[in-house]
Every structure is written in structure tokens, then in C-alpha cells.
Design a protein around this ligand. Structure first.
Ligand SMILES: NC(=O)c1ccc[n+]([C@@H]2O[C@H](COP(=O)([O-])OP(=O)(O)OC[C@H]3O[C@@H](n4cnc5c(N)ncnc54)[C@H](O)[C@@H]3O)[C@@H](O)[C@H]2O)c1
Length: 444
């Protein structure tokens, strides 16, 4: 790539719908020279007459002002748009096919047109995909559509998070900004100073592509969840607004990163019990709550995927490090690792368990009952240390870790002289990742 221009870049924006027309207007406002491109002559004409091609508060005024100053114009000619810009931003639609699958045909067409135009221009060009696309799409398009111009084209994925209705404000001050690289080529980012926010997260294109879907799926989950609580509340003559407002007041556990880390299935004495009670109560009321209903099934699937991962290693001895449902407690009620151990025993594996928080002599009441009902030979499965478990086993062991119960380097040392052991980390014990050669994360 050539050195970054000190002047604002000339940018072509492909697709002048809800995202593209806002992008064009806001980049012009930032000082870029923008040429919009759309197959719709009507939209191109609108922009050229200083009018918004879609309904969005404030856009008419902004486009009018930017058109007047000559900072923005539009065309239906893709070749012309590319020849008069250094950067192209793709904002065409990615609708659903009748099957629900993603229709990438508009993006493919535009990518092909840009590739041809770059070849003709024979000058370096940056292509930024903003259309929402599934992981792998940007790389796939780069490999296919741009195969003849790899030496000229640098491609990125830069998801758009604006909301219709407040799109200008969201563009100017985004809630999240993430920039996906195909390679480690951060140097080419110098071109992006007019685009990227100061707090932009850098990641791979696949991470950025998934991030966009994760955000939208999360938003959809929140809406569906709130509506289910609302329906339940109405049936019980309870004020759902008050309940949900109070829920949102808790910024430690509710509206926070807590409970949002991939890892252990949920467990303990409360979550499974209370989700079950709530869904039972909804059934009695005749209120459909498919989101709430799916939680126990989803949690079960997560545990099954861990079981499959353990079995895939074909080691017959399994060491569970951390049995209680979470660190810092000896509570075994609803413990996913207790379920995993029981299932492995049923399947004929040799199971050993190390958890310094769980000692047989202190285990009484419901806790002991839960342990013994799931693992009849419970006391004999427990070991005093990871070293003890490994020294009694000459063969290879798969070690499932859910909490850092010992020093990471000590753990790595214990495994050093052994062959065929495998560590599956369920709760991201970050230290282990670099220390243990045969390390695998449950979700990473
Ligand atoms: N609408 C939103 O709020 C929003 C927010 C974030 C991300 N997105 C994503 O951004 C993308 C665009 O969404 P949108 O709502 O702006 O779509 P849209 O349907 O409003 O606009 C798409 C535009 O692309 C044009 N187009 C189609 N083929 C073209 C071609 N070959 N050359 C030039 N233009 C072409 C269409 O004529 C249309 O004007 C989608 O992937 C969407 O999922 C949308």
C-alpha cells in the first residue's frame, strides 16, 4: 500500500440505503470526499439533488448541506466511483433467502464490479465490507472476487452498529466499533483515520463478522426475554415495567459482563431450580415462554458437547479438577461437573476428582446426598492432589479443569514428563493456555 494520505481520502460508498446513505453523509461531514453508488437511479438522483433517499431524522438536512458544499455526490457507474476514490465501502443489502439462509448475491456483484474497476485503475485500493455477513464471508469474497487484484486490494470487515431512527447520532458516536483484519497488516490502517473511532477494537475479520451477529442475537434475546417476563407478569397481574426497571438497576450481575463469558454450564442450587419453577408456572398459566423453556435444554447441550470433547480424546482415565458448581464453594447442587463425572462412570471411564474446597468429612446434608446419589462411590473418587491422581495413573489422562485449584506452573510441571495427557479448560484458566502443550478450551 502507498503511504497514507495526509488529506481526507476519497471514498466510494456502494449501496445507498439505510446504512449507505447515512455513511455517505456522515463521512462527508467528517471532511471526506464521498461518491455514492447505487443501482437505483431514483436514489442516486435524490442524493444528487441534496435529498435523503430514505427516511431518517436529520439526514435530509445533512445531505443537503454536504451536497451544497460539493462533498458528496452519487452515480450508478461503479467503475467511475472506484476510479475517483481510494477506499470503497460496501453497504448493499444481505437479505434472507426463502430458506432463511443469507443472500450474499448483492455483495458478490458489487465486489466483482469493484475488482474489475481496480484492475482497470491499476492502483492500490481499500475495500471495506460493512454489510452484515456470516463469518468466513469477507475472506471468501477476497479470495474469489478479488483474486486477480490481491496485490492492489486490502480488504477489511467493519460492522455497522447504527440503529434506524438515531442513525446519525449512532454513526457519529457508535456504541461499539470493531475492525476486522484479514491479515496483521495494521499499517494499512493509517488510511482509516477518518473512519475508525479512537476506541475501535481490532480483531480478525471472522471475529468482527461474528461479533455483529452476536450483538444482534443478544439484542433479540433481550427483547424476547423481556416480553416473556412481561407476558408472565400480565397473567399474574404484576407490573412488568416495574420488575424490569428494577432488574436493569443491577449493574453488577444483570446489566454487566457477569454471566456473559463462554465457559461452564450454569448450575448451583438456584439457577436450574428457579428456571424450572418459572417455566412450570408459565405452563400452568398457559403462557408460552419458549426462550425460558430453552435454557435448561441449552445448558444440557453444552454439557453434552463437553462430554463429546472428552470422549474424542479416547483416554480412559479422566481427572476432574474442580467439582463444585463454581470456585470458592463446596456446593455440589446442580454441579455440571458432578453430572459429567456420573455420565463418564456410567460409560466405563476411570474418574478421579480433585477439588480442595470439597472434603468428604465436611460434606453433610443435602450436599452429601446430592454427591452420593449421583456418584455412589463418591469418597473413593476424590484425590488429595492433581499429583496424586497422575502418579497413580501410568496411562494418558484427560484432565477437565473448571477452576484454578493449584499453581499453573506446578500443574504444567506435573504434565511435563508425561505423554498423551490432554487438558480441557471449561472456565478459561488463562495461565494454562500458554503453559500446557495439550491444552484445549471448551469454547475457544
Ligand atoms: N438497516 C440497519 O439499521 C442496519 C444496521 C447495521 C447493519 N445493517 C446491514 O447493512 C447492510 C445494508 O442494510 P440497509 O438496511 O442499508 O439495506 P438497504 O436495502 O436499505 O440498502 C441496500 C442498497 O444497496 C443497493 N444495491 C443493491 N445492489 C447494488 C449494486 N450492485 N451496486 C450498488 N448498490 C446496490 C440497493 O439498491 C439499496 O439501495 C445489510 O447487510 C444490513 O444487514 C443494517
Amino acid at each position: 500500500m502507498p503511504p497514507p494520505s495526509m488529506q481526507a481520502p476519497r471514498i466510494s460508498v456502494f449501496g445507498l440505503g439505510y446504512v449507505g446513505s447515512v455513511t455517505a453523509a456522515c463521512l462527508a461531514e467528517r471532511g471526506c470526499r464521498v461518491i455514492g453508488c447505487d443501482v437505483s437511479e431514483a436514489k442516486v438522483e435524490k442524493i444528487n439533488s441534496g435529498k435523503a433517499p430514505i427516511g431518517e431524522p436529520g439526514l435530509d438536512d445533512l445531505l443537503g448541506a454536504q451536497r451544497l458544499s460539493g462533498a458528496v455526490e452519487a452515480t450508478t457507474d461503479a467503475r467511475d466511483a472506484v476510479s475517483r476514490s481510494e477506499i470503497s465501502i460496501i453497504c448493499v443489502g444481505t437479505p434472507s433467502l426463502p430458506s432463511g439462509a443469507l443472500d450474499l448475491s448483492y455483495v458478490e456483484t458489487v465486489a466483482g464490479e469493484i475488482a474489475e474497476a481496480v484492475q482497470e485503475k491499476n492502483a492500490p485500493h481499500v475495500v471495506i465490507f460493512r454489510s452484515t455477513m456470516l463469518p468466513g464471508s469477507t475472506r471468501g469474497l477476497y479470495e474469489t472476487a478479488f483474486s486477480d487484484v490481491h496485490s492492489l486490494v486490502t480488504a477489511f470487515f467493519y460492522p455497522e452498529f447504527l440503529r434506524q431512527g438515531s442513525a446519525l447520532e449512532d454513526f457519529r458516536n457508535p456504541s461499539l466499533s470493531a475492525f476486522g483484519h484479514l491479515t496483521d497488516e495494521e499499517s494499512s490502517e493509517a488510511w482509516m483515520e477518518f473512519l475508525l473511532e479512537e476506541n475501535t477494537e481490532r480483531m480478525s475479520v471472522e471475529e468482527a463478522e461474528l461479533l455483529k451477529y452476536a450483538c444482534n442475537a443478544f439484542h433479540a434475546t433481550k427483547v424476547a426475554f423481556a416480553n416473556e417476563i412481561g407476558r408472565l407478569a400480565k397473567g399474574l397481574d404484576i407490573d412488568s415495567k416495574k420488575v424490569m426497571t428494577a432488574l436493569c438497576e443491577d449493574h453488577r450481575l444483570n446489566i454487566s459482563p457477569y454471566y456473559l463469558r463462554p465457559g461452564t454450564p450454569f448450575g448451583g442450587s438456584c439457577l436450574p431450580k428457579d428456571v424450572n419453577a418459572l417455566t412450570q408456572s408459565a405452563r400452568r398459566q398457559g403462557v408460552a415462554v419458549p426462550v425460558l423453556d430453552s435454557l435448561i435444554a441449552s445448558n444440557r447441550k453444552h454439557l453434552e458437547s463437553l462430554l463429546e470433547r472428552v470422549e474424542a480424546r479416547r483416554n480412559r482415565t479422566i481427572l476432574i479438577v474442580g467439582l463444585a458448581f463454581k470456585a470458592g464453594t463446596d456446593d455440589l447442587r446442580g454441579s455440571a461437573m458432578l453430572d459429567l463425572s456420573a455420565e463418564l462412570l456410567l460409560r466405563g471411564y476411570t474418574v478421579r476428582i480433585f477439588d480442595p474446597d470439597v472434603s468428604p468429612e465436611k460434606l453433610i446434608g443435602a450436599n452429601r446426598h446430592v454427591a452420593e446419589s449421583r456418584l455412589p462411590s463418591f469418597d473413593t473418587l476424590l484425590v488429595e492432589s492433581v499429583g496424586e491422581a497422575l502418579s497413580s495413573d501410568a496411562g494418558s489422562t484427560t484432565i477437565v479443569v473448571t477452576k484454578p485449584c493449584l499453581d499453573g506452573s506446578e500443574f504444567a510441571q506435573l504434565l511435563e514428563s508425561r505423554d498423551g495427557d490432554h487438558v480441557i479448560d471449561v472456565n478459561y484458566w488463562s495461565e494454562l493456555e500458554g503453559l500446557v502443550p495439550s491444552y484445549e478450551g471448551i469454547c475457544w
